[in-house]
Design a protein around this ligand. Structure first.
Ligand code: FES
Length: 571
C-alpha cells in the first residue's frame, strides 16, 4: 500500500481542521486537487536576501526548482528562513548559525511538507540549513547557489583570497585608495558566492561529498545557465526522493562523513569545515570527533589546485571536471557504496568522471601538494585540541619555537600590532586570547591576524599565530585555530604571558607552552574568567548553551534528531 504523505496530516483532514489548513492556502490561486494527497509537497527553503549578496540570485533559482517539482508531479511551496550574509553581519555570522538552524528545523517540522530543497550559498547558510534539516530528517536535497565568476583587476584574476593581499598592499602604500575601490567592483562582478575554495565552496563540496547534493553542485558557476538546470533537476529529483523515502539519515552515515573529510583534504577546504561537519554529525547522531579529521585526511594530498591552498578558482575547477573528477582521483580511499540523493552510490556518480586539465586536478601519485587536510594538535596549550591547515601554512614554520607576543583580545591586538615599540620579530609567535565561542560570542574569523607593519615592510609574509578564534576559508598562513577549551572559560591559552616560549610541531601534532607544570598551576590558581558583557536575548542563550570548538560550537540541547512528527493541532 502506498504510504500516506506527511502533508496529508494537514491537507487530508476533514471538517474544520482541513478547512483551515486548505482555505487560506487557496488565496494563492491553488486548485483543490493539489491538496488531495497525490502530489508530494516540496518545501523550498530559501535563504534569499539582498543583505546576503552571495544568495541574492535565489529568487530566480527557486523558480527553476519549482519548474522541476511541477514537472515531476510535486507541489512546490517556497518559504524564507533566516539568511546569514558573511560580510555584513556583526559581530560575526557564526554567532547566528545556530539560531538560523533552529528557524530551519522548526519551519520544516511545523509545516506541511514531505521533502525539502535546501537553498544554500554564503558560508553559514549551508551548515545552518543542513543542521536544521538533519534534526527533522525528511528527504532533503541541497542546492548550492554556485561560485561567482572570477574577478579581473589590472590584468590579473582576483577573488576573495586577494582581499588579505590588497589590505597588506594598502597598508604599506603599494595600493592607492582609488585602486582599492576599483578592486572591490572588479572582484565581485557576478552573482554567486566567493570564488576561491573558501568556506562557501568548501560547504558546497561538503554536501556533494556527503551525498546530499547532485553531482557538480559545488562548482557550476552561479552565472552559468547550467546552475538553473541543476536547480530544475533538483526539483525533479526531490519528488522521487519522497516516493523512495530517502531521508537524510539514510544518506548521512558514518562512512559519508569519512568521505567528506577525505574530500575536504583533497580540495584544501576551509578549517570552518571542522566545526560545521562536527555539528551536523552530532545532529544526525553520528559519532565523529577531532581525531577523525586528522586520521582520514592524513592519507589524502592536495588534489585540487584552487585558492587559497592552490592557484586557481572554483570556476576553473568546474571546467576541469569538477568535484566528481577530484573524487575520482582519491576513489580508492573513499567509501564508494554510500548512497546519495540521486539514488546512486558515490562510486556510481564518479565512475565516468574525467579530468580535462591536469593544472587544476592532480593525482594521488602526482598531487598539487603532498600535504593537505587538517592537522589536529594536542598539548598543554590545547588539551581538547586545536587545528591548523598545513596546505595554507609556510613549510618552514610548521616546526617552530618562538617567544609569545600576547594580545588579550581583538581590541588589544588592534591597539598594539603596528606600534613601533612592540618587541616583535619574524620568529615571535602572535597569541590572541578571548576570541573563542564565548569570549567573543560567535568565535569570529580573526585568527589569521595581520602581521605588524614593520615586519611587512621588511618583506615578512608569515608568522606563527595562535588563537581560540576561527579563520576565513579564504585566509592563509601558519595559523593555529580553534584552541579548546577557549581562554575566556579558563583554557590554558588564558595563562600565556608575553615572552613565554611556545613550541609548534605540526609533524608530531603538538602545541606546547614551555613552562613548568608548577608555573602553569600557579597561573591557573589566580585565573579569573572573563566577565561576559551581554545579558539579554539570543546572545544570552548563546553564551549559556554553546559548546566548545571541538564539539562543533552547537547548542547542547540541539544535538540529536527529534524527527518530523508534530503531535498537536492549534485549532
Ligand atoms: Fe558570502 Fe564569501 S561572503 S561566500
Amino acid at each position: 500500500m502506498k504510504k500516506k504523505l506527511r502533508s496529508q496530516e494537514w491537507y487530508g483532514r476533514t471538517g474544520k481542521d482541513g478547512f483551515i489548513y486548505r482555505s487560506w492556502m487557496k488565496n494563492q490561486g491553488l486548485p483543490h486537487h493539489l491538496f488531495e494527497g497525490e502530489k508530494p509537497v516540496i518545501g523550498i527553503c530559501n535563504t534569499y536576501s539582498e543583505l546576503t549578496p552571495c544568495n541574492a540570485h535565489f529568487r530566480d533559482l527557486a523558480e527553476a526548482v519549482k519548474r522541476g517539482v511541477w514537472e515531476a508531479g510535486g507541489f512546490p511551496l517556497e518559504f524564507p528562513v533566516m539568511s546569514l550574509g558573511e560580510c555584513s553581519i556583526k559581530p560575526t555570522a557564526m554567532l547566528f548559525r545556530n539560531l538560523a538552524s533552529m528557524d530551519v528545523e522548526e519551519s520544516i517540522r511545523a509545516n506541511p511538507m514531505d521533502g525539502v530543497i535546501l537553498m544554500c550559498g554564503c558560508d553559514k547558510t549551508t551548515p545552518s540549513l543542513v543542521m536544521g534539516a538533519a534534526s527533522v530528517d525528511l528527504p532533503s536535497l541541497v542546492l548550492s547557489g554556485g561560485p561567482m565568476l572570477v574577478g579581473r583587476f589590472k590584468g590579473k584574476k582576483i577573488g576573495t583570497s586577494d582581499v588579505w593581499r590588497f589590505a597588506e598592499d594598502f597598508k604599506t602604500g603599494k595600493l592607492s585608495q582609488e585602486d582599492f575601490i576599483e578592486a572591490e567592483a572588479a572582484m565581485s562582478r557576478s552573482v554567486g558566492h566567493c570564488a576561491p575554495m573558501g568556506t562557501a565552496s568548501t560547504m558546497a563540496a561538503m554536501v556533494e561529498s556527503l551525498g546530499l547534493a547532485l553531482p557538480d553542485n559545488a562548482t557550476i558557476p552561479a552565472a552559468d545557465s547550467r546552475r538553473k538546470v541543476m536547480a530544475h533537476l533538483a526539483g525533479m529529483r526531490i519528488v522521487e526522493m519522497v516516493k523512495e523515502d530517502l531521508k537524510m539519515s539514510k544518506i548521512l552515515s558514518r562512512q559519508a562523513f569519512e568521505n567528506a573529510i577525505m574530500v575536504n583534504a583533497a580540495i584544501g577546504g576551509s578549517t570552518n569545515f571542522i566545526l560545521h561537519l562536527t555539528a551536523i554529525a552530532k545532529r544526525i547522531g553520528v559519532d565523529l570527533d577531532l581525531t577523525d579529521f586528522d586520521h582520514f585526511s592524513a592519507k589524502i594530498p592536495l588534489i585540487a589546485n584552487v585558492q587559497p591552498s592552490g592557484e586557481h578558482w572554483v570556476e576553473d575547477l568546474f571546467y576541469a571536471g569538477g568535484m566528481p573528477a577530484v573524487m575520482k582521483e582519491i576513489q580508492k580511499h573513499l567509501n564508494r557504496d554510500c548512497i546519495t540523493v540521486n539514488g546512486k552510490t558515490l562510486g556510481e556518480n564518479i565512475a565516468n568522471a574525467e579530468c580535462y586539465d591536469r593544472n587544476l586536478i592532480g593525482t594521488l601519485e602526482k598531487p598539487i601538494k603532498p600535504e593537505s587536510g587538517i592537522a589536529v594538535l594536542k598539548g598543554n596549550l590545547c588539551p581538547n585540541g586545536a587545528v591548523i591547515k598545513p596546505s595554507a601554512a609556510s613549510p618552514h614554520l610548521l616546526t617552530h619555537t618562538g617567544k609569545a607576543i600576547v594580545f588579550e583580545d581583538i581590541d588589544d591586538y588592534k591597539a598594539k600590532i603596528d606600534n613601533e615599540a612592540l618587541e616583535v620579530d619574524e620568529n615571535s609567535v602572535l597569541v590572541m586570547k578571548n576570541v573563542g565561542p564565548k569570549g567573543y560570542p560567535g568565535m569570529p574569523e580573526v585568527g589569521n591576524m595581520g602581521l605588524p607593519k614593520k615586519l611587512l615592510d621588511k618583506g615578512i609574509k608569515d608568522m606563527v599565530r595562535i588563537s581560540d578564534g576561527r579563520m576565513s576559508g579564504t585566509g592563509y598562513g601558519t595559523v593555529v585555530l580553534h584552541v579548546s577549551p577557549e581562554s575566556a572559560i579558563g583554557g590554558p591559552l588564558a595563562l600565556v604571558k608575553n615572552g613565554d616560549m611556545i613550541k609548534l610541531d605540526v609533524p608530531n601534532r603538538s602545541l606546547e607552552l614551555l613552562i613548568s607544570e608548577e608555573e602553569m598551576e600557579k597561573r591557573n590558581s589566580s585565573f579569573k574568567p572573563l566577565s561576559l558583557p551581554y545579558e539579554r536575548g539570543y546572545v544570552n542563550l548563546f553564551l549559556d548553551k554553546v559548546n566548545q570548538a571541538h564539539d562543533g560550537v552547537d547548542f547542547d540541547f540541539l544535538q540529536g534528531s527529534s524527527g518530523s512528527e508534530v503531535k498537536r493541532d492549534s485549532h
